[in-house]
Design a protein around this ligand. Structure first.
Ligand code: ADP
Length: 488
């Protein structure tokens, strides 16, 4: 009899998915449902937590049926959009307010006040995070101040990120959050890996409302019979970017991955040392196992794939995102055109919210293809700046593993290798987030003794891109980018 598969619940921002993985890493099936996005005011982004649960359950049931029933599933692994806050009532198990999504900026004033009060350095030292509405703590406080049902719930109030909410529903009342998700709330001290009383006081979040912080590999309980007929053990929990790092088999210090989607997220494994960036990167918990905690440095770009969407939908220079590749190859270089993709300010390591984008070097000889090529080149330059910040923080990348929708573009993969002067590896299956959650759950289910062995058995095949650009051409590109940055 073949070994039982792992069920992964991958709860993203725009969709929720359930996937089934065989212990040899093959993906056996996937069910997907879109999630409604609510934008009640400029800068506000909400989800309906009840919908997240309903749609996740429906997708999970499809995959359990595909496996042949709950008895045929070895374990569940959950991975999720991080930082998003759900508030629910412990008595009823029902949401008390709309979930506030990670992109939501409504707590900008609260964050500015904390920064003005001089709190940032101490908070960054404790949590690895800069003060920003992105993280969960100010979202929780906002709900206490503005959502009447949350304010009135008293000791029945439960807060959690999305994996915590799904755990509560699946198990019928277990209130836990894994350490990787907890590290994004800004309420957890990185070194203690527990809620920090001082931070809870500072942000005004009552500790009694918070979940218990657990490791990334369990046992964490099992699903109630009513969901799948029979219980299924839940063995892996992890936030999406950390799970992608594990799914890329970035398991030793210096291993780095970049997820190139709408934005880009780079995480580098830091081993067991608690990261404190001096170059405006984020320190975060990567994975907590019994007696062994690893950390990562993280840098994010706000604009990556969204630049390609903009070329397609606004400038109409390309008809599809895929066409950008053929267009970039149709010219030998960008014809002297350079693009600063600061369409939403500049993220790490520059953190220039005010910066505006620019296209420089136009002549009558400039073709569409030159502009498209300059746009693609700008991704490599942004990642090169990030690479510099990681190196300055003591963690130079040895190679870069890429995934996400944009990584399908071979021209981009090669250009990254050329500009970073590093080997760039791309797995055949770029769904590395779900694969990471499958690896965690497989270890939790006892199928493998360690993540390294799970990665060996379940890791996808890779294609490598090696640097090939002549030094003088590379130098010229880097020089042009620096000039453009300086003028921004
Ligand atoms: P997310 O998870 O953030 O929704 P995905 O990982 O699905 O994003 O990636 C989608 C993004 O990748 C889109 O912004 C799209 O423009 C870009 N993209 C997809 N295919 C390509 C391609 N072949 N070349 C360049 N960009 C691409």
């Amino acid at each position: 009899m073949s070994e039982r598969p792992i069920l992964v619940l991958d709860e993203g921002t725009t969709s929720t998915r359930a996937m089934l993985y065989a212990p040899d890493g093959r993906r056996l099936g996937m069910a997907q449902a879109d999630l409604s996005q609510y934008y009640p005011r400029p800068g506000w982004v909400e989800h309906d937590a009840a919908e997240i649960w309903d749609r996740t359950l429906a997708c999970a049931r499809d995959m359990v049926a595909l496996a042949g029933g709950a008895d045929r599933v070895a374990a569940i692994g959950i991975t999720n959009q991080r930082e998003t806050v759900v508030a629910w009532d412990r008595r009823t198990g029902e949401p008390l307010a709309p979930a506030i999504v990670w992109q939501d900026r409504r707590t900008a004033d609260h964050c500015a006040a904390l920064r003005e009060a001089g709190k940032e350095e101490a908070i960054q030292r404790r949590t690895g995070l800069v003060i920003d509405p992105y993280f969960s703590a100010t979202k929780m406080r906002w709900l206490l101040d503005h959502a009447p049902a949350v304010a009135a719930a008293g000791s029945a109030l439960a807060f959690g990120t999305v994996e915590s909410w799904l755990m509560w529903k699946l198990t019928g009342g277990l209130h836990v959050s894994d350490a990787s998700n907890a590290s994004r709330t800004q309420l957890m001290a990185l070194d203690a890996a527990d809620w920090d009383r001082g931070l809870c006081d500072l942000f005004g979040v009552p500790p009694h409302a918070l979940p218990e912080i657990v490791d990334n590999i369990g046992p964490f309980g099992e699903t109630q019979d009513q969901w799948f007929g029979r219980p299924i053990p839940i063995r892996g929990l992890m936030g999406d970017q950390q799970a992608a790092t594990i799914g890329q088999a970035c398991l030793t210090p210096g291993d780095a991955k970049a997820t190139l989607g709408t934005g880009a997220f780079v995480l580098a494994h830091m081993g067991s040392s608690v990261p404190v960036s001096r170059h405006r990167l984020l320190g975060t918990l990567l994975c907590r196992l019994p007696g062994e905690t690893s950390y990562a440095l993280e840098g994010s770009l706000f604009v990556a794939g969204s630049l390609i969407q903009w070329l397609r939908d606004e400038l109409r220079l390309i008809a599809t995102a895929e066409e950008s590749e053929a267009m970039a190859r149709s010219v030998p270089d960008s014809g002297g055109v350079a693009m600063l993709p600061a369409l939403a300010g500049l993220g790490a390591p520059h953190w220039r919210a005010d910066a505006r984008g620019a296209i420089h070097g136009l002549t009558l000889g400039t073709k569409r293809a030159h502009i498209v090529r300059a746009a693609l080149e700008s991704l490599s330059h942004q990642l090169h700046d990030l690479a510099g910040a990681f190196a300055a923080d003591g963690m130079p990348w040895r190679a870069l593993c890429i995934d996400g929708g944009m990584s399908a573009n071979d021209w981009i993969a090669q250009d990254l290798a050329d500009i970073l002067q590093l080997r760039v590896d791309r797995p055949a299956d770029v769904e590395t987030t779900a694969r990471g959650a499958a690896m965690l759950a497989a270890v939790g289910a006892g199928l493998f003794p360690s993540l390294a062995e799970a990665a060996g058995a379940m890791g996808a095949e890779r294609r490598s891109f090696a640097p090939a650009l002549p030094d003088d051409v590379r130098g010229e590109r880097l020089g042009r980018w620096q000039a453009l940055l300086a003028s921004a």
